[in-house]
Structures are given as C-alpha cells and as structure tokens.
Write a protein that binds this ligand. Sequence first.
Ligand SMILES: Nc1ncnc2c1ncn2[C@@H]1O[C@H](COP(=O)(O)OP(=O)(O)OP(=O)(O)O)[C@@H](O)[C@H]1O
Ligand SMILES: [Mg+2]
Length: 520
Amino acid sequence: MASSSQADLHEKLAAILGICQKMNSERDLGALLDLMAHEATNFLDCDRASIFLLDRQRNELWSKVALGSEEILRFDARFGIVGQAVLTGNPVNVPDAYSHPQFYTAIDDQTGYRTRNVLAVPVRNQSGQIVGAFEALNKRIGAFGPRDEAALEALASHAAIAVETAQLIGELRRNQDELAQQNANLLREVESKYSTHGIIGVGPKIQQVVRLVERIRDSAVNVLITGESGTGKELVAKAVHYTSPRARRGFVALNCAALPDTLVESELFGIEKGVATGVQSRVGHIEKADGGTLFLDEIADLSLAAQAKILRVLQEREFERVGGNRTIKVDVRVIAATNQDLEAKVQDGSFREDLYYRLKVVPIALPGLRERPEDVPILIEHFLRSSASRLQREPKRVAPEAYRALLAAEWKGNVRELEHAIEQAVVLSSGPEIQLSDFPSLAAAVVSAEDASEDGRSGHFREAKQRVIERFERQFICEALERHRGNISKAAEEMGMYRQHLQVKLADYGIDATAYRRDR
Ligand SMILES: Nc1ncnc2c1ncn2[C@@H]1O[C@H](COP(=O)(O)OP(=O)(O)OP(=O)(O)O)[C@@H](O)[C@H]1O
Ligand SMILES: [Mg+2]
C-alpha cells in the first residue's frame, strides 16, 4: 500500500517537473497561459483550468482562456470564487458551485456551460505577493480532493515565476521594438540632415564639393578637408559619412587640438585594464569607429609621435590598446580636417609626408565665404528658416538696409559667423522684419564707418579704417563675453575663433573677461 502511494507520488512529481519544464521554455505570455490551462486540465483530470491574473491598478482579474477562446475575460477582483482565493490567500474548494454564495452564475448563463465544482488556489510570486489565481472546473469523476488542492498549488507556485518571466520578456521586447523604431527614425533624420542636401550653396565652388562628395559615396578612401574656420569642414565630413554605406555605423570625431600628448594614445587606441592601479579598460576612438568613419579634426595639431601611430593604423589596419598585447583589427575610413597649411607643415618637417599622402587621397578644399559671395543670399534664407523652425515661429524677413549690410559684411568667421549673426538677430528682433539694429555687430560697423568718414580729424584712410575695425572688434567681443558671462571658450566658439586667438585679442584690448562673470 505504502509503496503504491509512493509510486503514485513519484509519478505526480515527475509530471509536475515535466509541466514546469514546458512552462519555463515558453516566453510568450498568451501561449504560456494556454499551456498552463491545458496541462492543469490533464493533470487534475478535470474539464477546464485557467489562470487569472490580477490587474492591481483596476483591481480586476483577467484571463485569456477562460472561455476556451481568444477572448479576454475580466471581472471585479472582489467577486466570484476566484476572487475569494485572491482576497483570502487560501485555496477555495467548492463541491457544489450553485449552492455557494460567491459563485458567479453569469458566465455559465452566457456560455451555456454548467459548472458543478470549482477549485481555486492563489498564485504568488517569489516575494509572496498574490498575483492571481489558478482555477480548475468540474473534476471528471466526483469532486476535487486535498490531493488536487496540493497539485494545483504546486503548479501555481511554478506558474507565477513563468508568468512573471514572460511578462518581463514581453515588456523588454516591446521596449526593444520601440527603441529600434526610435533609432531608425533618428537615423533617417540624421541622414537627411547631414547628407549633401545639408550643404547649402548654389555657386560653382560649393556645387563642385557636393558633386565630389557624391562621387566618392561608395568608396572608403580617406579624405582630407581643408578650409578656414567656419567653412563647413565638419558638415562636409558628416556628408561624406552619411551618404556612404558606412552611415549605419559610427561617425566618431576626435579633436586632435584639444588632446594633450599624454592622452593621444589612450584616446585613440583605448587602454587595457590594470595599466596603472585602478585603471579600467576603455575602448578608444579607433575601435568605436570600426565599420564607420573616424573624423580627425584639426589634424595639423597631432604630435609627430601620434602621427606615426595613426600611420600604422592606416597602413596595417590594426593596433594594440595601451598596455595590451592583443592586436585588434579594424576597418575604419579616416576623414581628416584642418584649417592650417598642411603642405607647409610637411615642408618644415612638423607633419609626416607619408601620413599626409595617405590622408589626402581625396582632397576637398572648402572656399571661404568671401570667395563665394553668390551663396550669401541662399545661406541667409536657409538660416532664417532653420532658426524659425527651431523657435517654432514663422520665418522672418530682413529689412533692405540690413540685407545690404549682410551682403557687404566681411564674414571672417565664414558660414558659422553668418549663421550666428542671423540666429541672434532672429531672437533679438521683435517684429516680423529684422532691422539693421538687430545685428549689433553690423550696425556698429556701419555706424562706425559713417562716424569715421564724417570725422574731420581722420584724414588718413588706413588709420581711420583701423580705428573702425578696432572699435567694432572691441564691441563685438564685449557683447559675446556678455552673452556667455565671461566664458572665453564659449565666446570664442560662438565667434568662430580659437580660444587662444581670443585671449590675444583680450590682452590687446585690455578686456578683462572675469568682469563679465555673473557670479562675481
Ligand atoms: N555650406 C553650408 N551650408 C549650410 N550650413 C553650413 C555650410 N557651411 C557651414 N555651415 C554651418 O556653419 C557652421 C560651421 O560649420 P563647421 O563646423 O562644419 O565648420 P568648420 O570648417 O568645421 O569650422 P572650424 O574650423 O571652426 O571647426 C555649422 O553650423 C554648419 O552647419
Ligand atoms: Mg570644425
């Protein structure tokens, strides 16, 4: 007798284990609920079984398979026999459903199914919280007994874990799908922003650049972009990357001028853990750009030692991390940019000739704005529209007098300077039309030029011009410092100037940047 009940127990345990394995390999919540219902029905030898999950926010119980269909059944968690199991946290075994006060006859009425007996047990998660109930209906022979109760409870305890895992995976999948969607949208946006469409200009010089970028779109040759500050070197580098088959991989930019010699190697090549105490391993820019593009900005400022190391990557397409001996292979396209005369640097020995030729497989020389005055009107138009859309306003017009001043201005900082002047004027102007006075620097220059020409003492043209320029520069710089609260780097960036250059100017004019700090 004892051995037969032991064999029975053994069989039951083996069956539960089998069901658990099946449950644990099902990751889809809907399919999991179906599976549990089906297995429990067989295991308890009854007509139907269902899992009800508790929706805490609405205090409702819901089940997908309660009616043996794809329909979802939902009801108030305070009612019904299942509700009682959830509320009390105890199994509820009802041998005669219709004589039980909590029995919910509505479902039978609706489906024509006749419930005789019901067994419901709470489903708890690992932290003991009730997350639903497992219900079995109509034992095939007789009514549910204590063994059925124990079996359903055993299944319920495993069900909770499988359900939570499936819910979690479902949520992760939804998040992942959402992220992938967002990512695709962003990429499309970036691609259209930085394709050659973003390079504005109608003149032959800039159109030649656009055509060149389009011609090299399918090849991975290295590109050297030269041009004065603010002529669009970075913009063109991004266009080269985003129109190429590498667009879906990284565009990794490294400013060589901002890099002290001691950091060049670790920034470029990365670092192996434990080189010095407490050093964590770090991936360098070259590795990050694998499959994509490495943009080496201000390449002329790279030290000779660093130039040698970059050359090796270009030649061998491999490198080692600092402190590591594993050779890492990469596939990177290098686009370099500079506003210096690299050829002169090659001549005087401060730039390696071999590296120079490796980089300038395709040279792109960007013209300064003064060499392409025909593009100024369309650039004005473009920046009026882009500032308007950023500020979510209608684009403004430029008053004729201001327009003439814009066309006549010198734009030493090239497109960037023009862009900033317009953005600033759009913000400053109050009406739908931008006036000359909304361009403080232009207005100052025009007024000073008038002052100077009316000034009887200024007979010498060059001196008069110099005075006007100095007054204009002083005012322009002071206004930028005012806007950036004395932050020299930010003011220099806005003006399209190097920080060091601005510092020299400040010293020349005896301007004290700290006087513009608001936190004084
Ligand atoms: N042809 C152009 N069409 C539209 N915008 C342009 C064009 N050229 C430059 N710009 C804009 O001018 C600004 C400066 O361009 P970018 O940063 O590419 O210049 P840069 O040559 O890299 O300057 P720097 O030498 O100072 O680093 C950017 O906001 C860029 O979008
Ligand atoms: Mg740049």
